[in-house]
Ligand binder design. Structure first.
Ligand code: 5GP
Length: 206
């Protein structure tokens, strides 16, 4: 049988960059992607639905999931746990579907360690592009302002290291269309296609 394992896509980036908005817009459009619904211990917000936005868990339940190694990754963010259910991701990929995670940066680093074949997309704040302009037009901005922003920017740029792609979130529709292109390109990668066809030939011969 031809090996048609799905691809795991991970969207992450600094807090406040708009990951949730971009992910929702991506899924509002026609897509074959499967979104992995996370577990969290944070309170449900008005308008959210258990089992659609998150699986809402108590601290005890979440810690049991950690002990039982049922999470592909997890992190504590603003005093609440967030984590990705391992079984859903593994089964969905094995069934040939692409899986999409939208998670904060600590969790993305854990996935990178355990799941190297994933495709890691870093959503980048447009304010850094503005910073670039300020640096280029030096003299028009106060030196102190630029230096402070530079310090913050360095941290965000260093986070990029663990990612395969960087998408600037200047406009949600632009970011979404770039992510769609990344998904398409990944499916056209020679290594993936070659592997599938070699497998097919082997199956034919045996
Ligand atoms: P919110 O509470 O606003 O829904 O999400 C807070 C942060 O948690 C966001 O940055 C979101 O990307 C991140 N997040 C959501 N689900 C997960 C998850 O399963 N694992 C990790 N590590 N972060 C998550």
């Amino acid at each position: 049988m031809i090996d048609q394992k799905g691809i795991l896509f991970i969207l992450s980036g600094p807090s406040g960059v708009g990951k949730g908005t971009v992910r929702k817009e991506l899924f509002d459009q026609d897509t074959e992607l499967k979104y992995s619904i996370s577990m969290t211990t944070r309170n449900i917000r008005p308008g959210e639905i258990d089992g659609i936005d998150y699986f809402y868990k108590s601290n005890e339940e979440f810690e049991t999931l950690i002990q039982q190694k049922q999470l592909l990754e997890y992190a504590k963010y603003v005093n609440n746990y967030y984590g990705t259910p391992r079984e859903y991701v593994e089964k969905t990929l094995a069934n040939g579907h692409d899986v999409f995670l939208e998670i904060e940066v600590q969790g993305a680093l854990q996935v990178r360690e355990n799941f190297k074949e994933g495709v890691f997309i870093f959503l980048f704040p447009p304010s850094l592009d503005e910073l670039k302009n300020r640096i280029v037009n030096r003299g028009t901005e106060s030196q102190e302002l630029v230096i402070n922003r530079l310090r913050e920017a360095r941290k965000e740029i260093e986070m990029m290291d663990a990612y395969d792609y960087v998408v600037v979130n200047d406009r949600v529709d632009n970011a979404v269309s770039k992510i769609q292109s990344i998904i398409q390109s990944e499916h056209c990668k020679r290594e993936r296609i070659e592997k599938q066809y070699k497998q097919l030939l082997e199956d034919e011969i045996s």
